[in-house]
Design a protein around this ligand. Structure first.
Ligand code: MRU
Length: 341
């Protein structure tokens, strides 16, 4: 597997590959303070639930490093980072973890507190990679040999600190020796499938075919798709799954055609405080993402636009949720809390 430097902690700041410019240009952005990190998350320079969690943790650490008044600044830094994107719960999970750690160590010297927060952010990056490898190990046996895997959006190395969740399952299945190929939905409007998933999988030499989103039904009916594997941004206690808009349609089409629909996500994507997916906040993004394709206007001026960035797939369409701690199946209101422990 080719290494992809999604996010790194460096002496100069937090360095990220600019995901708005892939695949045309491989450009790295250095966030020199926590406000730069917040902008990078908001503007999708870094995106994907686990990746924005790690970015937020590094943002808190960077803010702490530059603060002369930690007690006043930590809440402000955390609030600013929490306001960047509303749907992926990993963002809030990571910020809460940093805030709680600060509370635990705030009796120490300012330098010791800063060192602790920086070490924690770096550990969260390393843990995320190990988590994704475990998700891959748990999910790979579910992938049918000799068939095609369909995926939506990008739940790969770029959406995480490395290896990926849905693409981690695919990578692990390939590493096991399974003969599989991948169909990647282009994922309008932001084109994470066309720009990022296709780029990542091609770099790894995994046989990949790019399709537009409206072709998924055609191929799910054809019998060649062995399973669907997607990531998640937030999973409610009943197993309803928020993921990139368009996922719900793919899940319904998968069930209609008896194709298993798997969700691969770390435990940090579970939000067991929410009873169902109806409670998950759905981000609405700029109209220009729909009216424009890579800067070119494709719609009449003045047209009204809706742009929900995520949708919620009801649990009845989800064949299994693959986590680092094991595979949960329905009834999710029992299997998910059992995994969390
Ligand atoms: O808007 P994005 O690109 O951040 O949305 C990403 C997704 O929906 C992913 O599928 C999800 O975050 C899982 S990433 C491992």
């Amino acid at each position: 597997m080719q290494r992809i430097e999604t996010i790194e902690w460096t002496a100069a700041g937090v360095v990220m590959i600019d995901q708005t410019r892939l695949p045309r240009e491989t450009v790295f952005v250095t966030c020199r303070n926590y406000l730069d990190v917040a902008d990078a998350i908001r503007n999708m320079i870094i995106r994907g639930a686990p990746a924005i969690g790690v970015a937020a943790a590094m943002g808190v650490a960077l803010g702490a490093l530059q603060s002369n008044n930690l007690e006043a600044d930590i809440p402000l830094i955390c609030e600013t980072l929490a306001k960047t994107r509303p749907t992926a719960v990993n963002l809030f999970w990571a910020i809460d973890r940093m805030r709680r750690l600060y509370e635990d160590v705030k009796h120490l010297s300012a330098q010791e507190i800063r060192d602790t927060l920086v070490a924690e952010a770096q550990a969260m990056r390393a843990n995320d990679i190990a988590t994704n490898q475990a998700i891959g190990r748990n999910g790979a046996p579910l992938v049918p040999d000799g068939k095609t895997v369909l995926t939506h959006c990008n739940a790969g190395a770029l959406a995480t600190a490395g290896f990926g969740t849905a693409l981690g399952v695919i990578r692990a299945a390939v590493e096991m020796g399974k003969k599989i190929d991948v169909f990647a939905d282009e994922t309008r409007p932001f084109l994470q499938g066309a720009r990022l998933t296709a780029w990542e999988l091609m770099r790894d030499g995994i046989d990949t075919t790019l399709i537009t989103d409206n072709m998924a039904g055609h191929f799910l009916k054809s019998g060649r798709i062995g399973c669907v594997v997607v990531g998640a941004d937030r999973i409610a206690a009943n197993g309803d799954v928020a993921n990139k808009v368009g996922t719900y349609g793919v899940a319904v089409l998968a069930k209609e055609n008896n194709v298993p629909f798997y969700v691969a996500a770390p435990i940090s994507t579970l939000d067991l405080t929410l009873r169902s997916g109806d409670e998950i906040p759905i981000e609405e993004r700029a109209a220009s993402e729909v009216t424009h394709v890579q800067g070119v206007n494709v719609a009449p001026d003045g047209i009204r636009v809706a742009n929900p960035a995520f949708d919620v797939t009801p649990n009845r369409y989800v064949s299994a949720i693959i986590t680092e701690r094991g595979v949960a199946r329905a009834p999710y209101s029992e299997s998910l809390p059992a995994l969390v422990g």
